[in-house]
Design a protein around this ligand. Sequence first.
Ligand code: ATP
Length: 341
Amino acid sequence: MARNVYGLDLGTYDIKIFDKKKDRIWHAKNVIAMKDKKYIFSVGDDAYEMYEKAPGNIQIIFPMKNGVIARFDDMQYLLGDLLKEERPFIRGAEYVIAVPTDVTEVEKKAFYDLVLHSEAKAKSVRIVERGLADGLGLGIDVLEEPGAFIANLGGGTTELSVLSYGGIVMNRLLKIGGEQLDSAIANLVRHSKDFIIGRPTAERLRKEFGVFDQSTGSFLTVYGRDMMRGGPSHIDIPISLVRAAIKEPLRECVRAIHSMLNRTPPDVRRNINKNGIYITGGLANLRGISTYLEESIGLPVHMKTDPELCAVKGLQRIILNKTLYRKLSYSMLDEDYRWLR
Ligand SMILES: Nc1ncnc2c1ncn2[C@@H]1O[C@H](COP(=O)(O)OP(=O)(O)OP(=O)(O)O)[C@@H](O)[C@H]1O
């Protein structure tokens, strides 16, 4: 029986998995609910459901932080649990993992070790730079493309990549993503309304308001804690407040995009000017964000449906195509691996 191959995109917010044998992609929240600091209570979407609702003895843990593995053992357990249904297939399987480029070698190695030293007894583990996987998922011919700019707007990070002829010319990982926008919204509600809302509520505000393209008069009723009266209550939050909160983090992304474009080598830049830029990642679903970026950057902005799945779709292409697999994935144990020589 042929061994199975899995493509993994371990995000700060969501894990995306491609299963070659079943030829399917699925995803789950990257969250663990821990009881009494000892026992795993639930994982994935079930654990996220409990976020900010669970009793005091249940702790909700996000094993990834800012795009890298922050709690190795928890991440390993969570991944093992998500793949549990596949038990007959996971032992001795091969894994191809998308990893951000602008991280330290130790952080990158943690992705590698996570799978290599798990109970899955992986046969091989290969790494793909996430910007390249994103490019393939967008349908770009990454090996032949002379210049493409991709901004992956994710749950805890924004990764900016300039690609050319199968390589990454420039890359930067910013600590700005959905999580930071939600904190900005929750902080502004707290300071301007004396009202405490949780992260899932802030996320709901961000998702339900078409932040850039709706009338200024709309508002949403949310539940939380009134700091003046000291009890649970509800409040109407206007769209203007959400816009004000997310303005600065989004401007920081725009400044970083400008700065990277300005440093891009002229020949590559010429192609980017011609093609425009691409956005991927879950935050690209924020209604009106492509128009906002187009106006701020002065270049056309393109995206595909399900932008959060671009990187894992790119891994799927790599796993199913021998040339892409050979040219774009590498093992950290390879003799010619650039950092270990
Ligand atoms: N319709 C939507 N409107 C606004 N935001 C959305 C929408 N759908 C998803 N998101 C946001 O996308 C983010 C998750 O995106 P994604 O799955 O790309 O992140 P990730 O890969 O887990 O994180 P990272 O790439 O930072 O490690 C979350 O913050 C989520 O709230």
